[in-house]
Design a protein around this ligand. Structure first.
Ligand code: PEP
Ligand code: MN
Length: 266
């Protein structure tokens, strides 16, 4: 059902007034994890001031080590809902198990399914049975075909509001946290009718590469870019190495806007 052969026209995912997949790139910024109301509000204010419509933030964090910060859970979702109301932003947040889905649906606007859960088939089916848009990340070592099949699990339950997100894959290269598979973007756009995002934060793991990779993503035809922003990255409870501070975010976004204008992308 996700195949472009079956449905030639692009699927547009409508979120908070943004038509994702309609040609103009859209952006999802926000902290890696929800840590406090004040922390998320500081980022939300900056996002809102740029006229953007979405914010991300993890309440359930799938960490590599069980001893690392696991997220605030339901308390984090409540903070996100409050932020959403105050700042008029749609909330994108990761859900890690079908058993959290019911309580989460009342708090978030977009269900993120993370790289570690790309083949959690029960979660994919449960998200497919909702009427919320789903942002599906590519698995850590998933082929494009496996990624497309994961989206197929969601759509097979009736939900076609799916955004695919390339977030880097595991290779032998150690210069970056993952290897951004930029060619996955046009391949996914040829093979499926779904919008495709690039997460520049988790693919690179390097602040200095966020801007060039975001430019590459837009130039190659991505429908959107995701990146992490934290008011004080040095003390972030997760991904301290790669989140942008708010002044860095301002500069990143301004430079990207200029880039898009110079190539008449918007
Ligand atoms: C995230 O976006 O918060 C995240 C954990 O990313 P990924 O699933 O791509 O590692
Ligand atoms: Mn992160």
């Amino acid at each position: 059902l996700v195949s472009r052969k079956r449905k030639p026209e692009d699927t547009i995912v409508n979120i908070n007034g943004e038509a994702i997949g309609s040609g103009e790139p859209t952006f999802v910024f926000g902290p890696c994890a929800v840590e406090s109301y004040e922390q998320v509000a500081a980022v939300a204010e900056s996002i809102q001031s740029k006229g953007l419509k979405m914010i991300r933030g993890g309440a359930y964090k799938p960490r590599t080590s069980p001893y690392d910060f696991q997220g605030l859970g339901l308390e984090g979702l409540k903070i996100l809902k409050q932020i959403s109301k105050e700042f008029g932003l749609a909330v994108v947040s990761e859900i890690v198990t079908p058993s959290h889905l019911d309580e989460a649906l009342d708090h978030i606007d977009v269900i993120q399914i993370g790289a570690r859960n790309m083949q959690n088939f029960e979660l994919l089916k449960a998200a497919g049975a909702t009427n919320k848009p789903v942002l599906l990340k590519r698995g850590l070592a998933a082929t494009i075909d496996e990624f497309i099949n994961a989206a197929e699990y969601i759509i097979s339950k009736g939900n076609d509001q799916i955004i695919l997100c390339e977030r880097g894959i595991r290779t032998y290269e150690k210069a970056t946290r993952n290897t951004l598979d930029i060619s996955a973007v046009p391949i996914l756009k040829q093979e499926t009718h779904l919008p495709v995002f690039v997460d520049v934060t988790h693919s690179t793991g390097r602040r200095d590469l966020l801007l060039p990779c975001a430019k590459a993503a837009i130039a190659i035809g991505a429908d959107g870019v995701m990146a992490e922003v934290h008011p004080d990255p040095a003390v972030a409870l997760s991904d301290a190495q790669q989140q942008m501070s708010i002044p860095q975010f301002d500069e990143f976004y301004e430079t990207l806007q200029k880039f898009m204008k110079s190539y008449e992308i918007q």
